[in-house]
Design a protein around this ligand. Structure first.
Ligand SMILES: O=C(O)[C@@H](O)C(=O)COP(=O)(O)O
Ligand SMILES: [Zn+2]
Length: 214
């Protein structure tokens, strides 16, 4: 895909996420792989609702900032995803309300923070690891992600928000939407005795769609 189409897509999806209230203020950030192996990255401190396609940060394939404004402070986290999941084509981080709420509940399983409530969540999101709280921009967050060895395409940062990597930007946005909807369902169903999918049901979905889920 051309650089200009990627820029347009980033601004389109960023505005769509912002307009739907999935992240507010200047929160959240997005990066996308370019055809030359570099990255286009949202600038720090800018609302996802007001991105300018001509004002995105650009990195070369060696990870050097080559033009555009200063990138998101979460660049180490985005880089850690690309390092450990070599087929990742996009990374999206938001402060979506229900996911943030779930990250703070004592019963949230750090190994499986977004419960497998529906087949679509299993297909789009997979198992989500809960990472501890870090101050935004702390490179230690990237080290914690590296510690997962690329086994997870989505993580939930405690008291902060979700981060998703996927093959391209549209897939990352779809996964993020499903992660947030599943977190919302989990909160709605809290204390009702509602059951997530059983292991054998998850295995059927994994088998049919040839997914990775360990
Ligand atoms: O929570 C934070 O401060 C960051 O993780 C964030 O969401 C926005 O930071 P920038 O991308 O540096 O604007
Ligand atoms: Zn954030």
């Amino acid at each position: 895909m051309s650089d200009s189409k990627l820029r347009e897509d980033m601004c389109f999806w960023a505005a769509s996420l912002f307009d739907r209230g999935l992240t507010g203020g200047a929160s959240g950030n997005i990066s996308v792989r370019t055809s030359d192996g570099g990255l286009l990255v949202t600038p720090t401190g800018v609302s996802l609702g007001r991105l300018d396609p001509a004002a995105l940060s650009r990195f070369d394939a060696q990870g050097q900032h080559i033009d555009g404004p200063a990138p998101t402070k979460e660049m180490p986290l985005h880089s850690a995803f690309y390092e450990t999941r070599t087929n990742a084509g996009a990374v999206v981080h938001l402060h979506s309300t229900h996911s943030v709420a779930l990250s703070m509940l004592p019963e949230t399983d750090p190994e499986d923070a977004i419960p497998p409530l529906t087949a679509y969540a299993v297909m789009r999101v997979g198992k989500v690891a809960l990472l501890p709280f870090f101050v935004p921009g702390d490179p230690a967050m990237a080290d914690a992600l590296r510690g997962l060895g690329g086994r997870r395409s989505a993580v939930l940062l405690a008291n902060h928000g979700p981060v998703v990597a996927s093959k391209d930007l549209e897939a990352a946005v779809f996964a993020m939407e499903e992660l947030e909807e599943t977190a919302k369902l989990a909160l709605l169903l809290r204390g009702t005795g509602a059951q997530p999918l059983r292991g054998d049901q998850i295995a059927q979905v994994v088998d049919k769609f040839k997914l990775d889920r360990d």
